[in-house]
Design a protein around this ligand. Structure first.
Ligand code: ZN
Ligand code: ZN
Length: 326
């Protein structure tokens, strides 16, 4: 199976740097792909990210673009950067086989992150007894790394900032902890003015320092990509430092959060028989599910039988795709 055997979508829009691949483009891509099992490994230019994954790059319309996004845009659906993130179900980030792509709805990702924070906080044993200082010290993680400007707040540091925080003793987890100290002079893209404070001689965002000390080690904030931004679940214009109201996200998830009810614009897995994975008939899809459910066959064996990737079998059996044929 190669790109030449795949069907592109119809009416591929020009969006940002993305657009329709010409036959020549496709041939050039194909030349840089090494097929290993069912994975199509990108051998062209790549960039390694800090988290160990690779981003394949290609010059398209004289701009370097992320090859996976371009493939997604041509074979799966319109690629809207602010709404989806593409991961590989085969776990090989260099693989550009579109049937191994999993598009992640950033809205769901936000919910996952919020739940993660909730679960971390629920594991803390400290109870609020009216002493805010002891409470904060008790919430602090046992081991806190120094990352960039961030590091461990000492007991004395916490004590010094307390008079600058306004909170409600009776609703300590629910209500905002409003920062009354200094603010950054400029507002950010969301119109927020975050609280700042000197920490080890440098100005630091106080909500990030709190998050780093209570929830998890925080990667450095990338102002360009808006990655690793700490977002708020509350409407406090960025002034709240209550860890129950914070979560690690991206600028995009923040935007999505504020347009909660627009979830319908986010891409859902396509249903029905005009999808790119349509090398299987509806009949075959039913058979695959039966083999798994009733005959308890292994994904691997079913995959062999139908000449598809095991992860795709898994997707079908878990009803992550082809759901309209139940
Ligand atoms: Zn793959
Ligand atoms: Zn809040």
């Amino acid at each position: 199976m190669t790109f030449n055997q795949l069907y592109k979508r119809k009416n591929i829009e020009e969006i940002g740097y993305f657009g329709e691949l010409s036959d020549k483009n496709i041939n050039n891509i194909q030349k840089k792909v090494k097929i290993v099992d069912d994975c199509w490994i990108w051998n062209g230019s790549t960039k390694k990210l800090k988290n160990g994954t690779f981003v394949g790059r290609l010059k398209f319309n004289s701009h370097p673009v992320n090859i996976k996004h371009l493939i997604y845009h041509n074979y799966i659906d319109t690629y809207k950067q602010s709404e989806i993130q593409i991961e590989n179900i085969c776990l090989n980030s260099k693989c550009i086989n579109p049937s191994h792509f999993k598009s992640i709805n950033l809205k769901n990702k936000t919910d996952d992150k919020i739940n993660e924070v909730k679960s971390i906080l629920s594991q803390k044993t400290i109870k609020f007894t009216g002493d805010f200082l002891q409470f904060l010290i008790g919430l602090r993680r046992p081991k806190i790394l120094t990352i960039g400007k961030l590091g461990k707040m000492s007991d004395e540091y916490i004590e010094r900032i307390l008079p600058l925080v306004e909170f409600n003793k009776n609703q300590i987890k629910q209500d905002c902890w409003i920062w009354k100290g200094r603010e950054r002079t400029q507002t950010n893209k969301n119109g927020h003015k975050h609280g700042v404070r000197k920490f080890k001689g440098k100005d630091i965002y106080i909500h990030r320092l709190i998050y780093h000390n209570i929830i998890e080690d925080l990667p450095e904030y990338n102002t360009k990509s808006l990655e690793n931004q700490i977002n708020h679940t509350c409407q406090s214009d960025g002034k709240c430092i209550n860890p129950w109201h914070l979560y690690l996200g991206s600028g995009y998830s923040n935007i999505l959060n504020s347009i909660e009810d627009k979830t319908s614009i986010i891409l859902n897995p396509k249903k029905g028989s005009n999808h790119y994975k349509n090398k299987l008939s509806d009949e075959q899809v039913r058979e695959i599910r039966k083999l798994r459910k009733e005959d308890n066959k292994k994904y691997k064996d079913i995959a062999k039988k139908f000449k598809i990737h095991p992860s795709y079998v898994c997707e079908i059996c878990l009803n992550k795709c082809r759901i309209s044929h139940e």
